[in-house]
Design a protein around this ligand. Structure first.
Ligand SMILES: Cc1ncc(COP(=O)(O)O)c(C=O)c1O
Length: 385
C-alpha cells in the first residue's frame, strides 16, 4: 500500500537489465564492440522513451531520477532576477530547489490548491509577472494522487511565452503522457515509481530549451547531463516504460482504479473518516488510479501506520518526518486541513500488481486497528482529563 514511495522491479525489467551488468558491461562512449553494444542499448531505450513522451529521440535526456530532473528544470533554467511560479503542494525536490534559488535572486510564487487539492489554472495566470520565466506544476500529487490540469496550464504558458516544466514522477505509468498535447518544455520522470530501478530517470527537454546541466564533465547526453550512462538502469527504465504503455492500453490501469475505488469505498464506511481529494460535492476529483488519501478522526496517523505494519500492511501517513519531529503534511495543510486531521491521514497507494487479496487483507485488518487505537486514545484522553 506504499507504491508512491517506490515499487519493485517487474520480472521483465530485471531480465532486460541483467546482461548490461555482466556480458554487455561496456561504456556507451567507447568505440570498440563492448561500447557499441552499450550505445545500441541506450539508443534503443531513447527511442522507447521518445514514444513514451511523444517526442523526438533527441529530446530525451537520461539522468538519475525525479530529484535531478526537478532540480535541473529550475536551477538549470532560472537566473538572478527571474520569477518562478510553482505550487505549494509540490515535492520537496521542487520546493527545496526554489528555496535554493531564492538565495540567488530568483523569486517564487507558490500557488495554493483549492480544498480539493486541485490547482486552479486562473491562479497560475494571475501570478504571472513580466519577469516570470518558468511555471512548474506536478502532474499527479504524490500524497493525494490528484491530477493537475496541466493541459490548461500549458495553454497559459504558450500564450504568455513562459517555459513550462512538469514533475510527472507520480503520473508516469498511471496516465498517458503526451508532451506535444500538453505543450510543456520540460518534464521529469523517475523509473522506480513505475516498477523500474532506483537511481535512474529521464527528462523531456523540448528542442531549443536553454537548460544548463547541473553536472559538468564529459559530453554525454548531447552536453545536457555529464557522466557515464547508467546503461543497465536506462535499459530498465525503458522496459518499465514499455510495460507501462501496455498497462495503460490493455485495461490494467482501469482495473487498478476499480480496486482502489473498492478499497476506498469500504474504508470510508468506517465512521469518522473522509477523503482528501474530494470536491465540494464530496465526490473524488480526478486522481491517479492507484492513490487514495483518507483521514481518520480520533487517532494518530503514525500509530495506525505502526499498527498496520504489525499486520503486514506497509503504508505511509500523509505526513513527512523531518529531523525526528512529525510535521503534518504540507500538501494536506495547503488544502486547508487542520493539523490534527492532517496528522491523522493515511496514503494508500497500490502497486500495479496489486490483487483483490491484497485489498481484502487491508479491509480485514484496518477497521480493527482503527477501533483499537480509538479505544486507547479515548482512555488516554480520559486519564489526562
Ligand atoms: C512527485 C515527486 N517528485 C519527485 C520525486 C523524487 O524522485 P526520485 O525519488 O527519483 O528522486 C518524488 C519521489 O517521491 C515524487 O513523488
Amino acid at each position: 500500500m506504499d507504491a508512491n514511495a517506490t515499487t519493485p522491479l517487474l520480472p521483465e525489467v530485471f531480465e532486460a537489465m541483467r546482461p548490461y551488468w555482466m556480458e554487455h558491461f561496456g561504456n556507451a562512449s567507447s568505440i570498440h564492440l563492448h561500447g557499441q553494444q552499450a550505445r545500441t542499448a541506450v539508443d534503443r531505450a531513447r527511442e522507447t522513451m521518445a514514444e513514451f513522451f511523444n517526442c523526438h529521440d533527441a529530446e530525451v535526456v537520461f539522468n538519475s531520477g525525479g530529484t535531478e530532473g526537478d532540480n535541473t528544470a529550475l536551477i538549470g533554467l532560472l537566473h538572478p532576477g527571474d520569477h518562478l511560479i510553482t505550487t505549494s503542494i509540490e515535492h520537496s525536490a521542487i520546493l527545496e530547489a526554489a528555496r535554493r534559488l531564492a538565495q540567488h535572486g530568483v523569486e517564487t510564487t507558490f500557488v495554493a490548491p483549492q480544498p480539493s487539492g486541485l490547482i486552479n489554472p486562473t491562479d497560475i495566470l494571475r501570478a504571472i509577472r513580466p519577469e516570470t520565466r518558468l511555471i512548474s506544476v506536478m502532474l499527479a500529487n504524490n500524497e493525494t494522487g490528484v491530477l493537475q490540469p496541466v493541459e490548461e496550464i500549458g495553454k497559459i504558458a504558450a500564450d504568455t511565452g513562459i517555459f513550462f516544466h512538469i514533475d510527472a514522477v507520480q503520473g508516469a505509468g498511471k496516465v498517458k503522457i503526451d508532451v506535444r498535447k500538453i505543450g510543456c518544455h520540460l518534464l521529469s520522470i523517475s523509473a522506480h515509481k513505475m516498477h523500474g530501478p532506483k537511481g535512474v530517470g529521464a527528462m523531456f527537454v523540448r528542442r531549443g530549451t536553454p537548460i544548463e546541466s547541473l553536472l559538468v564533465g564529459g559530453s554525454h547526453e548531447r552536453r545536457r547531463r555529464a557522466g557515464t550512462e547508467n546503461v543497465a538502469g536506462i535499459v530498465g527504465l525503458a522496459k518499465a516504460a514499455e510495460l507501462a504503455m501496455h498497462s495503460l492500453a490493455d485495461g490494467t490501469i482501469e482495473h487498478l482504479a476499480k480496486l482502489r475505488d473498492h478499497l476506498e469505498t469500504e474504508i470510508l464506511r468506517i465512521p469518522g473518516t473522509g477523503l482528501n481529494g474530494a470536491g465540494a460535492d464530496g465526490k473524488p476529483v480526478v486522481r491517479a488510479a492507484n492513490t487514495s488519501n483518507i483521514w481518520f478522526d480520533h487517532l494518530e496517523g503514525e500509530a495506525l501506520v505502526i499498527a498496520l505494519d504489525l499486520k503486514g500492511v506497509a503504508i505511509s501517513g500523509g505526513s513527512a518526518c523531518h529531523s525526528g519531529a512529525t510535521e503534518p503534511s504540507h500538501v494536506l495543510m495547503a488544502m486547508g486541513l487542520d493539523k490534527t486531521r492532517a496528522r491523522a491521514s493515511l496514503r494508500f497507494s497500490l502497486l500495479k500488481t496489486a490483487t483483490d487479496a491484497d485489498v481484502d487483507h487491508v479491509l480485514r485488518v484496518l477497521p480493527e486497528a482503527v477501533e483499537h487505537l480509538r479505544a486507547i486514545s479515548s482512555v488516554a484522553t480520559g486519564t489526562l482529563g
